[in-house]
Structures are given as C-alpha cells and as structure tokens.
Design a protein around this ligand. Sequence first.
Ligand SMILES: [Zn+2]
Length: 413
Amino acid sequence: MESNKEKVVQRFIKYAGFNTQSDGENTQCPSTRGQMDLSQHVAEELRNLGLVEVQVDQNGYVTATLLANGCQEASVVGFIAHVDTSPDMAGGPVKPRLVQNYDGGDIVLHTEKSILLSPKDFPELANYIGQELLVTDGLTLLGADDKAGMCAIVSAVEYLLSHPEIPHGKVRIGFTPDEEIGRGADLFDVAAFGAEFAYTVDGGELGAIEYENFNAANATVFIQGRSVHPGTAKGKMVNALSIAAEYQQMLPAGQSPEYTDGYEGFFHAHKLSGAVEAASLHLLIRDHDRQKFENRKSLLKSMVALLNVKYGAGTATIEIKDSYYNMREKIEPVKYIIDLACEAMETVGVKPNINPIRGGTDGARLSFMGLPCPNLFTGGHNFHGKYEFLPVASLMKSAETVVEIIRKVGKMK
Ligand SMILES: [Zn+2]
C-alpha cells in the first residue's frame, strides 16, 4: 500500500476540489449540485478501476461492487462514506496543502490573515511530528470528513484489484449525499445494497472505532400565556416567557452538554422564542442508555404536568419526537464485526480505540434499517472547520484497515 501513497494523496486532493457542501435549506436530494458532480466523478473512477454494477441514482447515491476473488461463499461486506461536507464552514474552493515533515511548530495556514494551526490550540499535533499533513489554506474546511473515507475505500479496492493473489469475497461500496444535514440514510436502499454488514468510514483519528451513539429525541414545550396591558396586569397577565424560563430552571442541574462527557446523557435547551402571550422552548434529549433516555422523556412530561397544576390546565404542552437510537443494540448481536475490525487494525499496526459517539451517525440509522454499520477512523482531525487536518500516514492506515477487513471477511466462512 505504501507505494501507492502519492496516488492516494492525489486522489484525496482531487475529491477535496469539488465543493460538496450540503444545504439544509434545500429539500432536494442531493441538496447541492457539487455532490452530484463528485458522485459522478467517483463512479467513473470506480468503473475505470474495474468495479462492476456501478450506479449513481437520481439522488446522488453511488453504489458499486467489487466482485469476489475466490471466496464466493464469504459474507458480503459493505463500506460507506459520504460525499458532502459540512455547511458550518466555507466548502470551497478547497486548496489542500501538503506539509512535509511536520516540525511540531505552528503551521501558517493563511499568511495575510495570520491564521495558524498551532499545537498551543491543538496539542494532538505533537503526535504527528515528522509526518506529512494535509491542511487547509485557512479559508475553508478541508473536507477530510468524509472525503478521506471515500479515498480510503477507493484506494483499498484499487489495491485489491491490482493484487489478484489476495483472495476475498464480494464487497459493496456506497457513497451517500447529505449526511451532514442528517439525511444520508434517508434514501439508502439497504435491500439493493445487499451487504450482510457494513462499515461507515467516517470517524476521526487513527484507530477510532465506534458502535455506540446517543439515543436522541427533540422536544418542544409550548407555553400559552395571557398578554394584558402591563398597567392593568395584576392578577390577569400570565407571562409565557417567565414560565418557559421556569421550565428550563427545573431541568436537573449539571445535566447539560457543557457539564457532561463520556456516557453521560443530557438535556440541552437550545432555542427559546416567544413573547408574553406565547413561548416555545426547544430541547434536545440525549442518552446512550435506552432506559435513562426514556426516563428523561418522562421527566420532561412530568415537568409540563406540574406547570399545568401550578398555572392552570392548558398552560404547557409538549411534543417529543425521537430522532435516532443507539446502534449498540443492533451491533451487540453481531459483535464479531467489531472484533473483526479491531483485529484488522492490529494487523496493520494500529491500536483500536473504542469510544462512544456523543452524537449520531448514518451508520446508526442504517443499523436500525437492517444493515449493522459501525464507524471506522479516517485519520482526520478538527472536522467542520478551517483547522481540519489529515495526517497522510493515518489516511493510509485507514485504507489498509479496509483492505484487511475485506481479506478477513473472505476467510470467515
Ligand atoms: Zn462525516
């Protein structure tokens, strides 16, 4: 694989050049034209490499097959990445720069604007002294999330196609649009994909493997007040803003994002809007544990009931909508796919690092759609911003891990 390094880097730079920032305001799929351009580009590339059944559907989903080489009986494994980049930061023109032999000091991303990628702010840079790093020009994101994942997958199948001496089973590849706006799994055809299990290659630093994420729900609390001229309000006015604030204060102290990490769940009041007459408070509910998650939702409902006792029936109402669930319950029964990935990493000299995701992934949704789908590292850091960087050695290990998983799945049955 090492001899392909130049090619892999050029491939990443090519993908990064497509502005594929997704757009949550656009209800179409893909939400932006650039995504379709990249989907078509990569489909053409896959065809040229020798993959079959290469398709780009009208929504920009790319699927392709690497045919089995000897191991016809083996399970079909899938690898999935997303073509879009985050709307949180300018998505183009991305001009990646390759820093050679990183010396451990500040990296000047943009000279005139004095934008520095500094180990003072990002001490993890110290892990990459002497390595090659792909960085931004300080004006856009890099898009390693998730073009590094795409690049790792394409480079892995390219390697296998040029090494016919390596036996393997059938492999399916899927590249999805609009992951960053939460829609990547919406139009994914799990049945047509036809894999027994898959991996998203959409994680961060070297060695990361993830199969636990939050259970997530959104809640909106509506408060009906009564607006009356403040001069004659005594005993008549009901101030919806005060009641909304009271509701927020009733939330358990310390159980909010700024005070929690690891496996600690939270309530997050993220938007309050309204006036005296009516107000609404938007909350996120997150917990890895399903029972605690359900308890959190019950608590929010009890708090609403209490306000109705205090201020009169109909003062407060709540709507709660579940958004996604912890994939752990879908992965546990097929835990060998985690062991397999960990062994693959160890084979290529990477120490697996299993951590819970404090968020969701497309893989979580796909797992509940019938395709168990943990998440593997791409090697990138600081996603969604101008300080995003990608150590080339980590990207290469991501590709090698994919090769090794494919090789091991071939031997399984
Ligand atoms: Zn991503």
